[in-house]
Structures are given as structure tokens and as C-alpha cells.
Design a protein around this ligand. Structure first.
Ligand code: DP6
Length: 332
């Protein structure tokens, strides 16, 4: 039965980065990725299907969304309609409960919440793999935000074919598996960076190091899975930092520079803290903010050191978080 449903999903950060797509349709990643879902950084999304209107409507943080996000959302919603065998249009209202001004990516939590809420609102229960695949088609990192704790997403098939093969993320370990603090160093307010979709396309087309990245990424991923299974934070962290640097190096060689001066200062501070004996590691996504991993026992000195890096505007604390949840009805 059709109705209204609300989903809550959390952002995630990749420890083993996804960067690059398989050629062809379906938005399949060229490399496998491993992420941790983050508590606190939530998106709350309500979807309602209606009979009247001329198209889907997407309201994001109170403003009607019309850009590329709306196109991706429409494709997601049409897929749900086709699966459910329903007509009409969706009204989607989405709210990020973390400051978008902080520049933290919201597409992962946003599309994960939209996928889960749209299925429930359309009255279908296709199962988590189908919902994760649905979110992945909009934004591959969103496939991982369906699940809590530590999550993996395989690379897509070598030949994407018609783009219909299912590729879903899978939970690897619950949030409690490896106690960990992630300190998000906000290094800039304001304008958006090159969107990751565009940054990846440019990297694949222009970077002489893209091929090397695609070869190296699966090796880092496999070693990270082993380190995670062994609850070995120093090894996992060191590999995560390598993955981030390899991703950024390949992007930079194509002229895609996400890091700013402060990002590099934070990175240097993290490396210095390691020389001083603390087990702490950095990772960066398609933006200038630096996420620093550390154990609970060593959190205090690391947080203090990061807050004193010139140019760091704020240090936000987060820990591994939960899977998506869905309730019937509107947002509370
Ligand atoms: C650097 O999932 O935003 O955060 O599939 O094109 O929407 P699209 O890309 P997206 O890319 C995320 C890139 C990353 C690394 C990661 O999350 O794995």
C-alpha cells in the first residue's frame, strides 16, 4: 500500500576510497571501498507518493532542489515506481542534521535515506541489497550508508553490460567492533568543491596516475579488511591514510585539487603526532576537510593538537554509527 515514510541515514567516510567508475551505464565503482558509518551526522528524509502533479519534487533543507541532485533523485524515484508498479510522483523532503556549511558530504546519507523512505512509501519491501543498489545508482558512497558500523562495497563488474546487475554494499562489522573516534577538522566554510562525480571523470580522463590508482586500490582494500578483522587500528589507519593520499595524488595530476593549505597542515600535524608516539591517521574526501582517526585512549591530546593548527575552524567529534531506520508517516 502507498503511503508516507521517513528514513534516517548517517553519513559515512571511506577508509578504502572509491574513486573512479566502470565505463558504461549503472554507476559502478572501478574499485572496492570500505567505510565507517558516522553517528550524529544524520539526514532525515520523508517521501510521499501523490497522483497529481507533473514531476517529482525535492525539497532539501527547505529549498527546492533543481540541479544534478534532482536528476539523480528522479532516476531513483522512477526505479522505485517501476518496481512497485505505481503511477504518480513523489514529494521528497530532506533535512541534513549537520551543518552543510561545514562542507561535509551529505549525498551518501541523503540518497541512502531517500532510497529507504521511497521503497517504504511505495509499499515495497525489496530487501536491503536492492535498496543499497538503488542508492548506489544515485551516488555509490550512498550504498554504504544503508548499513551501520564498517561496510564494504565491491567494484562493479568489468563489463557493465546494460547496467542492470545488482551491486550492493555489505556490512562487515558492527560499530562496536573497533572503538574509534573520528575528529573532523573543518578547514573552510563556503563554496562547494568540484562534485565527486565530475572529479572522478576528470581524473579518469586526464590523470597519468589513474591506472596506477585502480591497480593499487584493491590491494589496500584487502589489507584493510584483514586489519579490521584483526581489530588492528594502527594498521587500518595507516592503510586508510595511504588510500586517501593515493586517491588525491591521482586526482591532483588531473588538476583536481580538493585540499587547501590547512588540509596539508593538519596532515603534517597528524604525521608529527605519530612521530611523537600517538597512533593517529588522516583521511580526506572530495573537499578540504580532514578526518582524523584515533583510539578513545589517545583522543584528548590529538583533539587538542588539531584544534591548535592555524586555519582549523572547528573540530567535530564523531564515532562509528548505526544503520538506516525507517518509520511510516512524516518526520517527527
Ligand atoms: C571521495 O559517492 O559522491 O567520498 O557515485 O559519483 O555520486 P558518485 O560519487 P560519490 O563519491 C564519493 C567519493 C569519496 C570516496 C568514498 O566515499 O568512497
Amino acid at each position: 500500500m502507498r503511503g508516507e515514510a521517513t528514513a534516517v541515514a548517517h553519513a559515512n567516510i571511506a577508509l578504502a576510497k572509491y574513486w573512479g567508475k566502470r565505463p558504461g551505464p549503472g554507476n559502478y565503482p572501478a574499485v572496492p571501498s570500505l567505510s565507517v558509518t558516522l553517528a550524529g551526522l544524520r539526514t532525515v528524509t520523508t517521501v510521499r507518493f501523490v497522483d497529481e502533479g507533473t514531476g517529482h519534487r525535492l525539497v532539501l533543507d527547505g529549498k527546492e532542489e533543481l540541479g544534478p541532485g534532482a536528476t539523480k533523485a528522479a532516476a531513483l524515484l522512477d526505479r522505485v515506481k517501476a518496481h512497485a508498479g505505481i503511477q504518480g510522483f513523489a514529494h521528497v523532503e530532506s533535512r541534513n542534521e549537520f551543518p552543510t556549511a561545514a562542507g561535509l558530504a551529505s549525498s551518501a546519507s541523503g540518497f541512502a535515506a531517500m532510497a529507504a523512505a521511497a521503497c517504504a512509501a511505495a509499499g515495497i519491501t525489496p530487501g536491503q541489497p536492492w535498496i543499497s543498489d538503488l542508492a548506489r545508482r544515485a551516488s555509490a558512497s550512498a550504498a554504504r550508508s544503508l548499513f551501520g558500523g564498517f561496510v564494504e562495497l565491491d567494484a562493479g563488474p568489468a563489463n557493465a553490460g546494460d547496467g542492470e546487475a545488482l551491486l550492493a554494499a555489505r556490512p562487515l562489522a558492527p560499530a562496536e567492533h573497533l572503538p574509534l573516534v573520528i575528529l573532523v577538522c573543518v578547514t573552510r566554510r563556503g563554496p562547494k568543491d568540484t562534485a565527486s562525480t565530475e572529479g572522478m571523470t576528470l581524473t579518469a580522463r586526464e590523470s597519468p596516475f589513474y591506472v596506477a590508482w585502480v591497480e593499487e586500490a584493491p590491494r589496500l582494500f584487502t589489507r584493510m579488511k584483514d586489519a579490521l578483522a584483526a581489530k588492528d587500528l594502527p594498521t587500518l589507519g595507516a592503510l586508510a591514510e595511504r588510500s586517501a593520499l593515493a586517491m588525491h595524488a591521482s586526482a591532483m595530476a588531473a588538476g583536481v585539487v580538493y585540499l587547501n593549505g590547512t588540509s596539508l597542515e593538519v596532515l603534517r600535524r597528524v604525521q608529527r603526532l605519530r612521530h611523537e608516539g600517538l597512533s593517529t591517521f588522516a583521511t580526506m574526501d572530495a573537499g578540504p576537510h580532514v578526518k582524523v582517526m584515533v583510539s578513545l585512549a589517545e583522543e584528548q591530546p590529538v583533539a587538542t593538537a588539531l584544534a591548535s593548527v592555524p586555519g582549523v575552524l572547528e573540530v567535530r567529534r564523531t564515532v562509528p554509527g548505526p544503520a538506516v531506520t525507517v518509520t511510516m508517516g512524516g518526520a517527527p
